[in-house]
Write a protein that binds this ligand. Structure first.
Ligand code: HEM
Length: 352
């Protein structure tokens, strides 16, 4: 199979891993003139970029994408710890990280089971588009439930998150950006209302924990809590859908594994771990250089964008471990990729 033409095209290639391995071996860091990006691919280079003080998540001059400015989508984006570096975001990042750790301790698996059953619909035929809806809606249904979104609002929330996320990409057409802004307004209204209800102090939701942890860390701004509550949904959305999809593809293409999982559904967790190692749903991320500098022996121009690869040996699964370890003290926090994958029973129903 021919290699993909470049690292961006690689993410939709059926098997990009020989190409990534070749990049790692031949050019662990290089400038791709066609893309106009530096590409870091080896573990050492990726780590160096992610932990460098001069590599930031957004360009200094454009902290919020221009297309979103003046809209509710900008209000959310501007407060997200995912899209901000810098000292002032430290307390909220700390709060988000504390809450991420608590997600696994909550009734996440139970909720996953409940909403997966609901979304799959016992009596309806399973088609590719239903599988797609399932994969994208399940993360939102579960995380939104944890955040305290009422059951009757879950469907709308999933649609709004989808529209909000679709409007963020630099390549999104104006109609999608517009729809994303409308959806952002709905999400803000919903989360502001939830946030006002927290005042009563009886709430045990993930949003209440976020507010509490943020207060403890020294951040009491309601809009920051609201935005990062929505941020849990947007972060979980595509990556978890991708993980569900890649797990389904793996099972569908490995009969032997599928039969073993069918015989003992507890094995599914191990399969998911292997999917995270060998076919992760997130394969790259970007950083912007703050100033012209030497980064790993390469002189790099100011504002050059890096595309950093999670190559198979340190794919997301492992790198998420490093996200919380002390060597990874850059801006990124903890993330728990496998928390929402289908339970064995649902996987059986999806596949067999
Ligand atoms: C319950 C589902 C998930 C939630 C709530 C979640 C939440 C988050 C949050 C809040 C961040 C930002 C952390 C920070 O900047 O301090 C983050 C980053 C990240 N997440 Fe997740 N996540 C989920 C699932 C996943 C999955 C399934 C993957 C892929 C396997 C993934 C991969 C990543 C990566 C690579 C980053 C760092 C991106 C960067 O800094 O460039 N996440 N996630």
């Amino acid at each position: 199979m021919p290699f993909p033409p470049d690292p961006i095209a690689a993410v939709i290639h059926p098997d990009p891993y020989p190409y990534y391995a070749d990049l790692v071996a031949s050019k662990p860091i290089y400038r791709d003139e066609t893309l106009g990006l530096w590409v870091a691919s080896s573990a050492a280079m990726v780590r160096a970029v992610l932990t460098s003080d001069i590599c930031r998540v957004r360009p200094l001059k454009e902290p919020i994408p221009k297309a979103l400015l003046g809209s509710p989508a900008a209000t959310i984006f501007g407060h997200l710890v995912r899209w901000n570096d810098g000292e002032q975001h430290g307390p909220c990042k700390q709060a988000v990280q504390a809450c991420m750790q608590s997600i696994e301790e909550r009734s996440t698996a139970e909720l996953g089971h409940k909403w997966a059953r609901f979304l799959l619909g016992e009596s309806q035929p399973q088609t590719a588009s239903r599988l797609q809806d399932f994969a994208f809606h399940l993360p939102v249904y579960v995380i939104a439930s944890l955040l305290g979104v009422p059951q009757e609002e879950l469907h709308h929330t999933a649609v709004w998150v989808s529209e909000y996320v679709s409007g963020l990409a630099p390549s999104s057409p104006p109609s999608q950006v517009k729809q994303g802004k409308i959806a952002s307004r709905h999400l803000l209204d919903l989360f502001r209302a939830l946030s006002r209800r927290l005042q009563a102090g009886l709430d045990q939701s993930l949003l209440a924990s976020l507010a509490w942890e943020a207060k403890r860390a020294g951040c009491e701004e309601a809009e920051v809590i609201v935005a990062n509550g929505i941020g849990f949904l947007s972060q979980a959305y595509e990556a978890t859908a991708g993980l569900i999809g890649n797990t389904v593809v793996t099972l569908a293409s490995h009969r032997n594994v599928r039969e073993q999982v069918a015989a003992d559904p507890r094995l599914l967790r191990l399969v998911i771990e292997e999917v995270l190692r060998y076919d992760p749903p997130e394969q790259n991320t970007r950083r912007t250089l703050l100033r012209m500098d030497m980064l790993l022996v390469k002189p790099c121009k100011r504002a050059t964008v890096f595309l950093s690869f999670w190559q198979p040996q340190i794919v997301i699964h492992r790198s998420t471990r490093t996200l919380s370890d002390s060597t990874y003290k850059g801006r990124t926090g903890v993330c728990l990729p496998s928390v929402l994958v289908p339970t064995p029973v649902q996987a059986k129903r999806l596949l067999l």
